[in-house]
Design a protein around this ligand. Structure first.
Ligand SMILES: [Zn+2]
Length: 752
């Protein structure tokens, strides 16, 4: 243990030394109007010219800095009574520069507005963040046109080969490609969108996790990545000219014109973006970004809980039919298997918007079930679609025929409208009374039902709204379209982006109120599956449902994709019932959902004694051996994306504990044997390999062999799996002396 700590201490020392050495010569700060900001991985040089600020250079360790060719484009005008009033921005020379934050302030005298251009480094490593805040210093209301959060035009030589990485959300089901790698040639022009809808309607394409990376596919595979911390309607555009790569990140300007209201004394803040510089290709980017997400965006309280991520049994195995008796039976069996939380899914309530226990199913309320779970040492979580209104008329129900509630809806419903089993009509949380209702109702639910976890589902972030008395921009009657998809009204018009901007702020506030009022409460983010997998919700919830398809292949695909950019502990897959004629198929099903947060959505009472024994062992292994890796280890994608036919796998490696694991899956066809080339190991060290199912004899191999030739797997039957635990044999060195090995380990273990 002491040796490990010493390595950790020396690593930090090396990091700080490197930081001090490489920043100094790269960025000579020329005047008071220049400032630099840096983490161990990323540095930016910022300049405040008289009329606009500029990101001058973006750099990382040992890389040629990326030079930005254009300054910030500040808003040119605001509107009042339909008239455009030009803005003349001037630097105030009141720059605020600290080691962790740079802020340049501009002002327009008439109309009287200020603009604060902010960069922040909230952790010692990883990316830096940027946002723009515009304040209305006047006594009248203005309308501000849409502005990007970040736009860069990075100089690139025509001969430079670059690759673009972007990732689809798991949404209702993972897309065919999911993880996209494309060459960026001059003329390349790409746009990716993220909303909370992610439906393939009205020509809407598959949606991305709002993030992109651009890197060289050769040499050190160095490059940069950027992402948006918002669950609103955002888009990223990337194009290449003969002399540069241009990227814009921010709120979606289409359909436009997008305007947002600036009340007297009010303000607008562009969604925060982050930008980082990395080496080592996609996994290099991920191994740098994920710890940053955990540290900066994640809840410190949640991560301090050693049981996070939890093992969960979910009631949806029986669909809407859950009741007191079935829940108690499930809890008893789940507890005997070692599950740590019982999660009651849809079906427990009186009706949509009427979030009280259904007396026919729960004649004594939820208390006996919750107490039962707690008595069994399990936590209790509950599904609620709390932004939906229905038709119930009992006290406490959100009835959309109530004139007050009707005004909260994103659109009126037909006279014969009826809710679905667990879906109603969305209320616009951006409307303050609707927000206040949701704050009160979510807090009541958590308090009354003694919840340890609250899952929200459904469209908490509206996009598009037909009301003209909400804080967002009013609808443009001639240009609004309302389409229906899967029981939802999807309103699209020039106010859609602004509606989402206000709804997101309200939603985040509701989540923060819950966290503040109920310390220790876990928040699951679900929106018909993985439609809200983004960095804004990552900062306001504890884990995501990453896809609404629950079969082993969908689970592995959704995990493969999202795990490039988000901590695996936050990535929940639901494991539903699949044919498992042999125990190997059963473990294949379970393990396909056990690489991150696992929720088993089955009535385990239906399992055979053999399946019970296998699941008990798998859950115990998860808690003792896998969870520490899922929380802290580096993650490597050691195969192409799962296709269900061939082999696929992921590798966890924790250089601090010197332990790791390989999840290996054999698809429906493919060879009975396969080699996975491991990553991130020390070529000079020896590693013990333990095959959990005994598919091969335990053995040892050098890091060099495991990385060059691969880890040999042999599985005779299709749709089976193996879990290989890897541990470094301390003191067993293949070649050379200990000091050289330590130095090599040092250099290898750092992201660069
Ligand atoms: Zn509205």
């Amino acid at each position: 243990m002491k040796a490990v700590q010493a390595v950790a201490a020396s690593r930090r020392g090396v990091r700080l030394l490197l930081l001090a050495c490489w920043l100094a010569p790269a960025f000579p700060v020329r005047s008071q109007t220049e400032a630099k900001l840096a983490t161990a991985d990323t540095a930016v040089l910022l300049a405040a010219a008289e009329r606009a600020p500029k990101l001058v250079l973006l750099s990382g360790h040992g890389q040629t800095p990326w030079r930005n060719q254009t300054g910030e484009i500040l808003p040119a005008y605001v509107e009042r009574n339909g008239e455009r009033l030009p803005l003349a921005w001037r630097l105030l020379h009141k720059n605020l520069v600290t080691p962790n934050r740079v802020s340049f302030i501009y002002e327009s005298q008439q109309p009287h507005l200020s603009l604060e251009w902010i960069w922040e480094a909230r952790a010692k490593s990883g990316p830096v963040e940027h946002r723009i805040v515009i304040r209305n210093l006047s006594g009248v209301e203005y309308w501000l046109p849409m502005m990007d959060s970040l736009r860069v035009d990075l100089q690139v030589r025509a001969a430079t080969i670059l690759r673009h990485l972007y990732i689809d959300k798991g949404a209702g089901g993972p897309t065919a490609i999911g993880t996209h790698l494309q060459d960026i040639a001059p003329g390349y022009n790409w746009t990716g969108w993220s909303t909370t809808f992610a439906h393939p309607v009205a020509g809407m394409p598959a949606e991305i996790i709002p993030w992109e990376a651009v890197f060289s596919p050769v040499g050190e595979q160095a490059g940069w990545y950027a992402g948006i911390e918002s669950s609103g309607r955002t888009r990223i555009n990337l194009s290449r000219t003969k002399v540069g790569v241009i990227s814009s990140l921010g709120l979606d300007p289409e359909p436009g014109p997008v305007l947002t209201r600036l009340l007297p004394g009010g303000s607008f803040a562009s969604p925060t973006v982050f930008i980082g510089v990395f080496e080592g290709g996609p996994d290099g980017a991920g191994n740098q970004l994920r710890p940053w997400v955990k540290k900066v965006l994640g809840s410190a309280r949640t991560w301090r809980d050693p049981s996070y991520p939890l093992t969960v049994n979910n009631s949806w195995g029986g669909g809407m039919n859950v009741n007191e008796a079935t829940a108690s039976k499930m809890i008893a069996d789940a507890a005997s298997l070692g599950f740590e939380m019982f999660h009651m899914d849809a079906g427990w309530f009186r009706g949509v918007g009427d979030w009280y226990p259904n007396p026919a199913k729960f004649p004594h309320g939820l208390d006996p079930v919750v107490e039962d779970a707690h008595r069994h040492g399990m936590r209790f979580g509950l599904w609620v679609d709390w932004s939906q209104a229905g038709l119930d008329i009992q006290p406490g129900a959100l009835n959309l025929r109530d004139p007050k509630v009707r005004d909260w809806l994103v659109a009126d419903v037909a006279p014969d409208w009826k809710p679905q089993d667990f879906k109603g009509q969305t209320i616009d949380l951006g409307d303050p009374p609707a927000h206040d209702y949701a704050v009160h109702e979510t807090n009541r639910i958590v308090t009354d039902y003694h919840l340890d976890m609250l899952e929200h589902d459904g469209y908490v972030v509206a996009q598009g709204c037909t009301r003209d008395d909400h804080p967002h921009a009013p609808p443009d009657p001639g240009r609004m379209s309302v389409s229906h998809y899967d029981g939802e009204d999807i309103v699209l018009g020039p106010n859609s982006t602004d509606v989402s901007y206000h709804a997101v702020e309200a939603y985040y506030n509701i989540q923060e109120e819950l966290r503040h009022n109920h310390p220790g409460l876990l928040l699951e983010i679900c929106n018909d599956g993985g439609r809200m997998v983004d960095f804004g919700s990552a900062a306001h919830g504890d884990y995501f449902s990453i896809t609404d398809s629950y079969d082993p292949l969908s689970n592995r695909r959704a995990f493969y994709d999202a795990s490039f950019v988000l901590p695996p502990a936050m990535l929940e897959t639901y494991v539903d019932k699949r044919p498992a004629p042999h125990i190997g198929n059963f473990l294949y099903m379970l393990r396909s959902g056990m690489m991150g947060w696992v929720s088993v959505m089955q009535d385990t009472n239906e399992w055979t004694p053999e399946q019970h024994a296998a699941a008990r062992r798998a859950i115990e292994l998860y808690k003792t051996k896998l969870r520490p890796l899922i929380r802290d280890a580096r993650l490597y994608h050691i195969s192409p994306r799962p296709d269900g036919v061939n082999w696929d796998g992921v590798e966890y490696w924790d250089p601090m504990r010197r332990k790791g694991a390989v999840f290996a899956f054999r698809g429906s066809a493919g060879e009975p044997e396969h080699r996975f080339k491991l990553m991130g190991l020390d070529p000079l060290s020896t590693y013990r390999l333990r095959f959990e199912d005994g598919s091969s004899p335990n053995n040892t191999a050098s890091g060099a062999k495991l990385m060059r030739d691969g880890l040999q797997l042999a599985l005779p039957a299709p749709l089976t799996s193996e879990l290989v635990f890897v541990s470094e044999e301390v003191g067993r060195i293949v070649a050379s002396g200990p000091s050289e090995t330590a130095a090599l380990r040092e250099s290898q273990s750092e992201a660069w």
